[in-house]
Design a protein. Structure first.
Length: 242
């Protein structure tokens, strides 16, 4: 991996400050995702996270009893996590800098869509299988492109690989994983409440809202509304024991 430019990579994300309510919402979402993982894998054990960002799951995983490590491409974010006492390798993936069969869980929350193409996405899944112990769990969270459409591209300039439920299921199956559970959500909302919020997001994407927001100076507000209505798919997949 070359480190040129990694101090600048994701600088915007590293400087982002959430409101108190925003931080509480994010923590609830991250706790729910870790709880989902722990329905299928319990500590003690080894968890490696790909793209930990500001480290929300890092702290929760350590508190839950996992032996936690991470791989982070941003030098700024990696330094922040190391300063908090976490074992972090600064690198882009794939490959995953870990030994064969080393981990019980590979945790990748909104990482797969950042792969530059199909080959990298397939390599990422193959690498996850390689570093997992037999019976280990791969946890993947991705946006649903079929709902987000244009916002999928606008929310992050590093989004490249289109993720939908069918595409990710095919990718994981071809990569040798058994899919144990799939959860579709907007924030913490699932089922009927998620569908209601999905309907509300259609209002936030009505034609003409973008030029109107530019005219009224409410572009950032509209972006935040759309981001809070962002729909994700969580997959729990297992490397077969045999």
């Amino acid at each position: 991996m070359t480190t040129q430019g990694t101090d600048e990579f994701y600088r915007t994300f590293s400087e982002k400050q959430l409101t108190r309510s925003g931080e509480a919402r994010r923590q609830r979402i991250e706790r729910a995702r870790l709880d989902l993982v722990m329905q299928f894998a319990r500590p003690p054990g080894s968890m490696i996270e790909i793209g930990p960002g500001q480290g929300g799951i890092s702290r929760l995983a350590r508190e839950a009893g996992w032996t936690y490590s991470a791989v982070e491409p941003s030098a700024l974010l990696a330094r922040q996590l190391r300063a908090a006492g976490f074992d972090v390798v600064e690198a882009f993936v794939p490959p995953i800098p870990a030994a064969d069969g080393q981990h019980d869980v590979v945790y990748a929350d909104q990482v797969l869509e950042h792969m530059p193409g199909i080959d990298a996405a397939r390599s990422m899944v193959a690498e996850a299988r390689r570093v997992l112990k037999p019976g280990g769990i791969l946890f993947v969270v991705v946006p649903d492109y079929l709902k987000e459409r244009g916002f999928f591209w606008d929310i992050d300039y590093t989004h490249n690989f289109v993720t939908t439920e069918r595409r990710v299921r095919q990718l994981l199956y071809d990569g040798g994983f058994e899919i144990l559970q799939t959860v579709r959500s907007i924030g913490l909302a699932q089922g009927v409440m998620r569908d209601i919020l999905a309907g509300a997001s259609m209002v936030a994407n009505l034609p003409g809202l973008d030029p109107l927001s530019r005219y009224t100076g409410t572009e950032e507000l509209l972006f935040k509304i759309r981001k809070n209505l962002f729909e994700t798919l969580a997959f729990v997949a297992r490397r077969p024991s045999s």
